[in-house]
Design a binder for this molecule. Structure first.
Ligand SMILES: [Zn+2]
Length: 400
């Protein structure tokens, strides 16, 4: 028994070492730069980029806090500490057979070096992973660690079919069960699978105007967004994933953009939400705009896009990230934006080479504020925020 365990650990350590090797090559220092503007402080800049002041000092070999207007600062792509809501939430990941540091980092949207640093007491300098180790992870994507499913082989099963059912590959299953010979599996044998995502999926039930939300997921605190009301930041798994991926994608392309202001999504169990007609089933969210210069009140308040100059590049990136490549493939059912702001965005996009054909299916504009066309529609009151309604998640049969 001990001999078998021992061999098991070596296999894992070997896989882990390979993982670290490849990721180290890929993780060259991607840095962003920021030009210091009037009135900015090192602490303020640090907070804005989700870094600690120390991390910025180190990246720029600064001794103290003194910075000059016009000075260009390197901002580490990922750094611990800071952030608009303090540190990211930490989840504990238990190392599974077949895990690599690179794989874990990718799964949670964390960084290999950041994980190694945070867990240096567990991993040591060589960063060897062993099954069962507990690692502290700061997820930017998926909050839920994978869960174990003990699968009992049934008549007619093939590894391929089991893999497909759990969105794994056959080689994933082999890695997860190194002690078992897949050619010798018999009916009644069990294999262990580690499956991504929450144990109990969320479900949107009923209509956005008269519905509920089951097993909701809360939007985590993030590096690129600000939750205005965490207790109203509950959505379906799909809503939370689409939002966090979109915010991170915008920040990656436009490192100088401010944090996205996230307003209400839904209450933990959905249902009526004071101040809204919809937002009842975890598919609706109110978002601020990206502004050229973050107004003083932002991102805690929504500000009117008619009076504050937009950061068009970042706002456009957000729209396209959320809406996707075509009307048919879009995960968004509607996006409500006030007609005058639609015009601004439409004109900007047209001027910057977006095809008319694309604008036609994206925007209601210029067909009039009552036209039943386009994903982006007019609603009164939506010049200071964007209301996004996602389509019903696949498999949510009671979602209307
Ligand atoms: Zn709304």
């Amino acid at each position: 028994m001990t001999a078998v365990r021992h061999r098991f650990a070596i296999v894992i350590a070997f896989v882990a070492a390979l993982g670290v090797g490849t990721s180290a090559a890929a993780a060259e220092s991607h840095t962003r730069t920021h030009t210091v503007a009037k009135g900015e402080t090192l602490g303020g800049i640090a907070q804005r980029f989700g870094c600690s002041p120390d991390a910025i000092r180190r990246a720029n070999k600064l001794r103290g806090d003194l910075i000059r207007i016009g000075q260009r600062l390197d901002i580490p792509d990922r750094c611990d500490g800071g952030g608009s809501e303090g540190k990211n939430e930490i989840v504990v990941h238990t190392v599974l057979p077949g895990d690599t540091l690179a794989g874990i980092a990718k799964r949670y949207g964390d960084d290999v070096d950041a994980i190694a640093q945070r867990n240096r007491k567990v991993l040591g300098k060589k960063r060897f992973l062993k099954v069962g180790q507990k690692l502290r992870i700061a997820p930017t994507k998926r909050v839920q660690p994978p869960r174990k499913v003990r699968y009992k082989i049934e008549a007619g099963d093939t590894l391929g079919a089991i893999a497909a059912r759990y969105e794994l590959t056959v080689s994933d299953i082999k890695r997860m069960n190194p002690k078992k010979d897949p050619r010798r599996l018999r009916i009644g044998d069990t294999i262990d699978l580690w499956v991504e995502g929450p144990e109990v999926r969320s479900a949107a039930v009923g209509r956005p105007q008269n519905g509920e939300l089951v097993n909701a997921q809360q939007l985590p605190a993030g590096r690129s967004w600000y939750r205005r009301r965490p207790n109203r930041s509950w959505g379906t798994n799909e809503t939370i994933q689409l939002l966090t991926e979109a915010f991170d994608a915008v920040r990656k392309k436009h490192p100088n953009c401010h944090d996205m202001a996230v307003g209400d999504i839904s209450a933990k169990h959905g249902g009526r939400l004071a101040g809204h007609k919809s937002h009842q089933s975890g598919r609706d969210v109110d978002l601020g705009f990206y502004f050229a210069k973050q107004p003083k009140a932002g991102p805690k308040a929504f500000l009117d896009a008619r009076n504050h100059p937009l950061d068009y590049e970042a706002t456009w990136e957000l729209l396209t990230e959320l809406i996707g490549p075509s009307a048919a493939k879009s995960r968004v059912e509607y996006m409500f934006i006030g007609y005058p702001v639609q015009k601004k965005l439409y004109d900007w996009a047209k001027k910057h080479g977006v095809k008319k054909q694309t604008l036609d299916w994206m925007f209601q504009y210029p067909r009039g504020s009552r036209a039943m066309r386009g994903i982006i529609r007019h609603e009164p009151g939506h010049t200071h925020h964007i209301h996004v309604r996602f389509k019903c998640p696949k498999g949510d049969n009671k979602c209307l």
